[in-house]
Design a protein around this ligand. Structure first.
Ligand code: FPP
Length: 259
């Protein structure tokens, strides 16, 4: 039932939404937005549906959010789709989530290409099922020359493991004379992380009322603005993203200094 993923007609925005977008674009737009898409299971439970129905609905929201982020001129959108801890979930749920990139990209890739979106991924590729990795790698390859929004899937991603791996590489490079201890600083350390090609997120959004990071970009979020909402991810609308951006624009970012 849930595999019959239909995108419907090409996404069009109402004039009200277009006006809101134009209004927001008068102020600085966050360059990198990261989202912890939470609440799919609860969304399904409220409707007496299996948890996977929530993930399927959540996938549709990924599409809407991506298209709006692109229109807003956001440069990178990192979506936490599966953590290194999510393997503990029931087998059928894990298998279902691992099919979503195929389903999503199978249908949506032409639209991403058409809209100049570039697909990327952070996370441990070697544990992903071959079909999942294949779908992602195909999308990465087919969108590599695009220069619009970077849609970055955090898939089998865990921040602590990422940091430990970075430390191991630093030690190794130091041992091999590639890196001098005195040259190690925050920027250099960042270059050892999976996010080396990204600026740190300016804005982190987490849905579903949970106020925690769940092992997501612990290093990279050091100075990000956080916006939490009780809305469950499948109910996250374009207006919610616009609201988050509006609130971001009202924040004063001091990065530890004074204004
Ligand atoms: C957390 O909600 C959600 C996930 C672990 C999966 C997120 C995946 C998607 C939104 C679809 C991703 C789409 C693509 C294209 C990869 P939860 O299940 O923990 O919700 P709960 O806390 O209510 O149980």
């Amino acid at each position: 039932m849930f595999n019959k993923f239909r995108l419907g007609k090409k996404q069009e925005h109402s004039s009200t939404l277009r006006d809101k977008i134009e209004e927001l674009k008068k102020q600085p737009i966050p360059e990198h937005v990261a989202i912890i898409m939470d609440g799919n299971g609860r969304w399904a439970k409220k409707r007496a549906l299996p948890r996977i129905a929530g993930h399927h609905e959540g996938m549709k929201v990924v599409r809407k959010t991506t298209m709006l982020a692109n229109k807003l001129g956001i440069k990178a959108l990192t979506l936490y789709a599966f953590s290194t801890e999510n393997w503990k979930r029931p087998k059928n749920e894990v298998e279902y989530i691992m099919r979503l990139p195929e389903e999503f990209l199978g249908t949506f890739l032409p639209e991403l290409v058409e809209n100049n979106v570039q697909v990327k991924m952070i996370g441990y590729k070697n544990q992903l099922p071959v079909h999942t990795l294949h779908a992602i790698e195909k999308a990465i390859e087919e969108t590599k020359d695009n220069n619009g929004l970077v849609l970055n899937f955090a898939l089998n991603y865990g921040s602590r493991a990422e940091i430990i791996d970075a430390v191991k590489q630093v030690l190794n490079d130091s041992k091999n004379g590639i890196l001098n201890e005195n040259d190690l600083n925050e920027d250099v350390f960042s270059s050892y992380l999976m996010t080396s090609e990204f600026n740190d997120p300016d804005l982190l959004i987490r849905t579903s009322g949970e106020i925690r990071l769940s092992n997501f970009m612990l290093w990279q979020l050091a100075y990000s603005e956080f916006w939490f909402t009780d809305v469950l991810w499948p109910d996250f609308s374009e207006d919610h993203l616009l609201e988050a951006i509006e609130i971001f624009q009202k924040r004063q970012r001091r990065f530890g200094g004074v204004l």
